[in-house]
Design a protein around this ligand. Sequence first.
Ligand code: ASP
Length: 323
Amino acid sequence: MKKKILVIHTGGTISMMEDPTGSVIPGSENPLVAQTSQLESMAELYVIEPFHLPSPHVTPREMMELKLIIENEYSSHGVEGVVITHGTDTLEETAYFLDLTVKAPIPIVVTGAMRSSNEIGADGLYNLMSSIRVASSEDAIDKGVLVVLNDEIHTAKNVTKTHTSNVSTFQSPQYGPIGIVTKRGVVFHHSPTYKECYNINGISNKVSLIKAYAGLDSSLFHAIKELDYDGVVVEALGQGNLPPASVEGIKALIEKNIPVVLVSRCFNGIAQDIYGYEGGGKDLRDHGVIFSNGLNGQKARLKLLIALSHTKDIEEIRDIFTH
Ligand code: ASP
């Protein structure tokens, strides 16, 4: 029996075309909608297009819209799986937002493409087909939101875009994919160990993301305080350290009860409180900085936005970042 799969097209290269000058642009019609008939043997497809945006135009407002659509389509129409097509630039952020917030026990798969629909070697239709297969698989239930491209299945939590143009751009540093898509089937070889879901009704807070560099001082942190941000994520150096000149600005934020979350700017590994010198991870923790458990900067920022919609209690936020 074919599964009832909701396909949500949101825009991105997967739905764009290359013009004769070589620019990739959205057209008046989404080519994926016309191609849906080729996929109808795989599932009972129900296609919607709530917005059509390049993914650098996507904000938490659109992510929230997708969350509400999925929950409503699950409870009112009994959809059994969801596939979202999305631009690849911010795909991991939308996927992780949905992972942290959607209440619906069905597979949710996010996919995209690196080549637009009329380019040689276009990967969009193929990735959409693989994603429908994953969203229809019983084994995809309870795995959290998944990202499927290039025959690989990644968790929303670990996946990141690693290359500007290569079709194998989506990788899960440190952990790898949790499954693969083959010609014969969908094979999972790992399962996520922890599932979290937060109740939110909207996103209204402001959270900024700062990347540390040699010589970073406190001025940006003072500016963040003056601009009334509700939180900040810092991509720290190495194992979780910052230049000493930045510490005073960070302390000023924490004194104002503004959470400061630390991740590492390193591609692999987890930021931790190891070094005891001024600006070292241990020193930062003693000042009240929150350590994130291996997320990258953009995902820690989204998690902090969601955490702040859920609670203002710094210790509760610290606890949320232990997972
Ligand atoms: N710039 C495009 C976007 O994110 C890239 C893509 O879709 O691959 O919308």
